[in-house]
Design a protein around this ligand. Sequence first.
Ligand code: GLN
Ligand code: ZN
Length: 773
Amino acid sequence: MTTSFPAGTILGYPRIGRRRELKRAVERHWAGVLDEAGLETEAAALRRATRARLLDLGLGRDDSSIPETFSYYDQVLDAATAVGALPARFDALRGEDGAVPLAAYFAAARGDGHRQPLEMTKWFDTNYHYLVPEIAPETRFALSHDRFARQVAEAAADGVTVRPVVVGPVTLLALAKPADGAPAGFSPLDRLEDLLPVYASLLQSLREAGASWVQLDEPALVSESLGIDVDRLAAAAERAYAVLGAAADRPAILVAAPYGPLTADAWSVLAAAPVEALAIDLHRAGEAPASHPGLAGKTIVGGVVDGRNVWRGDLTAAADRLERLRAVGAAAVAVGTSTSLQHVPHDVADEPALDPRLAAWLAFADQKVSQVATLARGLVAGRAAIADELAAADAALADRRSAPGVADGDVRARLEGLDAAASDRAPFARRSAAQTALGLPTLPTTTIGSFPQTADIRRARAAHTRGELSAAEYEEFLRAEIDRVIDLQEDLGLDVLVHGEAERNDMVQYFAEHLDGFAVTQNGWVQSYGSRATRPSILWGDVSRPAPMTVGWSTYAQSRSEKYVKGMLTGPVTILAWSFVRDDQPLAATADQVALALRDEIADLEAAGIRIIQVDEPALRELLPLRRADQPAYLDWSVRSFRLATAGAADATQIHTHLCYSEFGVVIDAIAALDADVTSIEAARSRGEVINDIAASGFSHGVGPGVYDIHSPRVPSVDEIEELLQRAADELPLHQVWVNPDCGLKTRGYEETVAALQNLVTATARVRERVGA
Ligand code: GLN
Ligand code: ZN
């Protein structure tokens, strides 16, 4: 294979569109107002616009530097369906030849009337959710759609040679779970031999469509957190790339290992593998890996431009790192992003409302593509050729260091003055005795916080933002919304109520808008899952709370009911995880600043008579470092910051937290260490697996394993909820168990929400009766 690799590339680009065009198109398709052909046309237009933009930004037309990373929903589902790996419950939706049509693809992603969707979980340590393939010993692998090849051909017809990007075989299997009914001890990775010939055919189809290069993403090889031994993963990679390297009629192969440094074994395996190029994450890893003779014929792509954050960063340091990468002994060094740019918004130029001084410190996807193009020119033509760009980046960095607000003396002094006891509450036994005064029933029912964010709510918020609805009118609107949500919960018979969070566009952005040290964007959307996107705030300076943030809404809601209404806050780790965080001080220091602001908010809520306060930390697991050696320090600071936020609460104040992801087992000790009185946790999609973990861990505080999967429009039946709940009641001491959905209801519609909550209350009544409560 003689095709040379370009001097610069990106591992992937946002695919939802600068104005979320893809979201609108797929949602119209799901709603039945845009047919499949119409959807395909809009998607093709989006891909064409992306290629044109990347050409403008300096990537090449025919050197394969433009990756094709479009997806209708999720890149893992794209790969799984390409090789036919769908669970048997979707068989009826497949073509006669086993082909996976778009309708089956979307059904797997979202579920339909009677079919559960695939489980969804976080992609490595990011806030992106992928769909978990289910693989059985008998799953038949065969090429089942040709979207990857069609996209290559489509670009070729436009005169652009794109580099298709596919999740690699090792990562696909490593991220999969055994299908229901698979024998104990079966692991999807056992099926590698059967899968590889199908990947070989896929590569051949890409070659036939005109691809010179293909990128196979293997982030599994940087992780120690997948529950698979790293030497098993490395051995799988060795075998996989021996087979694919030897495949006939294939494009040149770039194996990409984003999200962290490769494990030592995986690095030597890939360095020696019969592939043509490797992309490594030099941003996270810091320094180049050891040299290896196997690299002599390969290109190494140094991921020195951070794909995960929005800072313009230190371009000179990036150029230095690339220079040092020459020492590993590869035939050529190229520059790349550390990961796909799917984790950052499109363009700083789309943010005219940002303070220009701050804007000059930033780089979104398009600016990062330009940085890659600059560094590539430096590699080819020498450092002098890019001296101006390096100087401009240096100047922006210096300006940022000295700007007001980046360091706030009062905030720093308060943190330094804290003593160790500031993070400790009284022992749980004493607190739970004090909290019996709340008089809650056995199996108390509650929700996670948000109620559906209806079109009315979004319209009112937009009108308020545009100045068409006055502050007083908007407040009145939101109060009416609270009234409705409180009445509804009373009618349903829920025990602990919420105010519904209608005032929050987003659970992090709302706080970012009320705290000093943050900036918010107008168009900075980043895909979270499927058609859902979030707009992360930018945490650029020291954090403080100029005024109470939630007290007005919570006290109003409490005034409308005799039942308790939970105060609702977002925890420090989640605020960090779902924002773009400053990179100029340790995360731990930033987390403590946020924690102090929340601590003051909790004190104000208590003073206003709120007795139950929930501090959500859905991102606790997400930020867990992929490498084991880094985990204890992370768990230490993340737990401490949560405790710093909550430990000022009185014994009688019940502190709740909420976590959503399914692998509870991994961080169970940390969850116990949070010392919340009650923890609600996502469990429905994994059908209650977490209940085992909780029971096994001896967790002694209150716990609400989710019994209603809110990620799908499907309404769970009473029987289904009852079964999950009964399982929790059988395996855990009854007094510990709470009943709640998996997560907030903001993405759902009212019809399905009311039906599901009705079933939840009915199922609870049945279980209460059975256990004699
Ligand atoms: N309280 C938040 C809500 O209900 C929690 C959301 C989350 O966990 N992501 O919307
Ligand atoms: Zn949640």
